[in-house]
Write a protein that binds this ligand. Sequence first.
Ligand code: NAG
Ligand code: NAG
Length: 357
Amino acid sequence: MRWSSFTALAFAARAHAMLRFSCSELVVDRIDPLVNPGLAPSPHLHQLVGGNALNTTMEPANDLPSIATCTSCQFTEDFSNYWTAVLFFKARNGTYKRVPTFANQYLEPARGGITVYYIAPYDGKTRVTAFQKAWAIEQRCRAELTPMQGFRMIVGDPNRRTDMKDGDSRSLSFRCWNENFGGELGAPGTNTDTKTLPNKMCPGGIRANHFFPTCWDGKNLDSPDHKSHVAYPESGSFESGGPCPASHPVKIPQILYEVAWDTRQFNDPDIWPEDGSQPFVFSMGDGTGYGTHGDYVFGWKGDALQRAMDQNCQVNCPTLKTQSTQTANKCSVPRKVEEEVDGWLTELPGGPPVTYS
Ligand SMILES: *[C@@H]1O[C@H](CO)[C@@H](O)[C@H](O)[C@H]1NC(C)=O
Ligand SMILES: *[C@@H]1O[C@H](CO)[C@@H](O)[C@H](O)[C@H]1NC(C)=O
């Protein structure tokens, strides 16, 4: 299994291109620039990372690298925005407390946020299209622009409460960590990883895994549901080199978000439900975990991402400009919605009811 020793050293031995980097928390806010543009507050809370051109509305025409002045990601040419829902702990007395994120393994001292991966196809032969080239070819205007400006997509659906047994369902999972990132070592979503929030206490916190679709129609930067312009391989998997469907023929790098939820402070049997059920809920009122979702807005400067993929970068990437994590931690944006999101809350921000099916 390729992911079996998922350590920095193992990364170095990998033959194909992969970036793995931290993007520290930029803001926790009730905005949703893709699904609810312009709305502040949006229906549920998100944690958002990446460039500080983040806004309640993100017009596809906006060139994020030229608007942003900093990024919370380690690579300074990456002004993309990445976001997910927020996890809450529901105590026995019925009140909610926001679960913070913490730095993933080998990415300390990031101020929480999201660990982002861009993974090239595994066969070592297929040249991955890091978004801009296929588009440029399509438009016959190869050289002079940043053609993927405006590309965005979503994995998952905040309204899900069951296993839909489709590509999105297979792409979302949770790992119950032992202390110090211990426990399961397989690829995210394999072996003991679960599709629901773990139903037991996790001594080292909970990692949520979100794999995005890897096939693109090569034409549309977006679609009304922010999903139909991308697809999963028509057979097999990205990892096994499965072919893309004819409708979505262009292989793009596989994007993976890992979020390390620091549930450790809540590992107290006295405040867990007496019936032994798990007490965590997502900000959209999801008590199952099936509704976990990730949103992506492309914002790499020029051809930086393609360069990294072409140069077979392995985590460290000399062709990309980097900043220290301490500097990345300093990039933040003010919240648009002023409301209490920390402290013990009597309801989730925005008031969505918690549902379990
Ligand atoms: C966010 O959008 C508002 C309204 O369109 C605009 O005034 C503001 O400059 C934008 N901020 C950034 C950082 O782009
Ligand atoms: C509810 O439980 C939490 C965790 O024990 C506690 O910190 C909080 O003060 C309690 N709130 C109320 C209103 O009892």
